[in-house]
Design a protein around this ligand. Structure first.
Ligand SMILES: Nc1ncnc2c1ncn2[C@@H]1O[C@H](COP(=O)(O)OP(=O)(O)OP(=O)(O)O)[C@@H](O)[C@H]1O
Ligand SMILES: [Mg+2]
Length: 383
């Protein structure tokens, strides 16, 4: 039995990563050509896994590329947001110097400290060495100017050494929560993103509404500045090949197609729930059966119910009614008499209810069918 996690609940990599061949190819091109990207998908749909796998692809083929990811999820004030961005940009600068250090000078620490002290003197940089890795922190209070200078030096140094630096900012919508509606941090990013020759910015965020405002609102600095890259769910045929090969390795037997179909249909190919359900089956000692799969899904739904109890209790009555109707039958026509009757929501209230559910990211249009995002929530809704 393999000890590798075939169906992780976190980042999927290596053999756990299924397909996305076309997306990887396209993303690779965008990153290498300096097309700044807004990576867009629902929560837990594989943004991070896709990016990290694409970086792996890149590093295999292209030595002269560096990558840093800054996650702003827990940055709660302006200062810490700016400081975090500066720290990641500094890490990229050092990594770029490291890539360029082809002769592998013994005193890399000294070389970096000297060079960066000259560049960032006014921010009192100090340097440390941990497990062979150099890092730089500024002694001065974080400021917009500091961010602007650090980002522009990142581009200058990347250009000087012919390196492509990729800077991913995750939970990007946090910027607008700490800037008192001035959008000035976004303004600094826009300025640097426009002038970047050797840095590609990748922006993602899990709060769709706020991300759409930050990147799609005509009054915001980054309006029409990034390439919108949408990730959809993985196709059934891709999952088929993926699971079949993992199944053979794990169970030394042919895949039970009924079990596969059950998982794919029940989870509606939501990547997190596909992995969650297969992970439950993989933990067992017996070859998965349909009965086991049904039991495991029931357990997952119960767990999700207790995890999301508050969110579910907070839903308005009309929202619950529409969710229940959608769980029974996703629809193209929310105003059709059939859907109005099925849901029990008056047609005059339907539009508002749907837009509330969309704002909460609980429903989406799959092609043109209005559908519930989470298969577990759909199962809860029909109880
Ligand atoms: N290509 C893939 N193959 C197999 N599993 C995947 C793939 N992409 C994502 N997953 C699985 O889907 C789930 C979500 O993945 P990931 O963390 O990459 O998504 P995310 O969109 O970055 O999530 P978040 O919104 O929390 O940032 C994880 O269980 C991961 O293992
Ligand atoms: Mg992620």
């Amino acid at each position: 039995m393999t000890t590798f996690n075939d169906f992780p609940l976190q980042i999927a990599s290596g053999v756990a990563f299924c397909n996305r061949v076309e997306e990887r190819k396209k993303l690779k091109k965008l990153l290498l050509t300096g097309q700044h990207v807004w990576l867009q998908a629902h929560r837990r749909h594989g943004k991070s896994s896709l990016l990290l796998t694409t970086f792996d692809d890149l590093s295999r083929n292209n030595e002269k590329f560096t990558f840093a990811r800054e996650d702003l999820a827990f940055a709660s004030d302006r200062s810490s947001v700016i400081e975090k961005l500066c720290n990641s940009a500094s890490a990229l600068i050092i990594e770029t110097l490291n890539k360029a250090n082809t002769g592998k000078k013994a005193d890399f620490f000294g070389v970096v400290a000297n060079k960066l002290t000259l560049l960032f003197n006014r921010y009192s940089p100090n340097f440390s060495l941990y497990k062979g890795a150099v890092s730089m922190k500024f002694g001065k209070e974080p400021s917009l100017e500091m961010l602007n200078v650090t980002l522009s030096k990142l581009n200058e140094i990347s250009k000087e050494y012919g390196v492509r630096s990729i800077f991913m900012i995750d939970e990007f919508q946090q910027l607008s929560k700490v800037d008192n509606n001035t959008f000035d941090i976004e303004g600094v990013i826009r300025h640097n993103l426009e002038l970047a020759t050797n840095v590609t910015y990748v922006l993602c965020g899990s709060e769709r509404g706020l991300m759409e405002q930050a990147l799609g609102d005509v009054d915001r600095p980054l309006y029409k500045h990034v390439y919108q890259f949408k990730i959809e769910r993985i196709a059934r045929a891709c999952y088929f090949d993926h699971v079949m090969s993992l199944w053979k390795a794990r169970w030394e037997d042919e895949m039970n197609v009924d079990v596969f179909d059950y998982v794919i249909d029940t989870t509606q190919r939501h990547p997190y729930y596909v992995n969650y359900l297969f992970a439950e089956l993989w933990i067992g000692d017996c070859i998965p059966t349909l009965e086991l799969a049904e039991k495991s899904w029931k357990k997952i739904v119960e767990e999700e119910l207790s995890r999301n109890k508050k969110m579910i209790l907070d839903l308005k009555n009309n929202e619950k009614k529409v969710l229940r109707a959608l769980a029974l039958k996703p629809t193209k026509e929310v105003q059709s008499s059939r859907f109005v009757k099925l849901s029990g929501v008056a047609s005059g209230s339907m539009g508002r209810t749907i837009s509330q559910l969309m704002d909460k990211d609980l429903t989406y249009y799959d092609s043109d069918l209005l559908t519930i995002v989470s298969p577990a929530l759909a199962a809860i809704a029909v109880g």
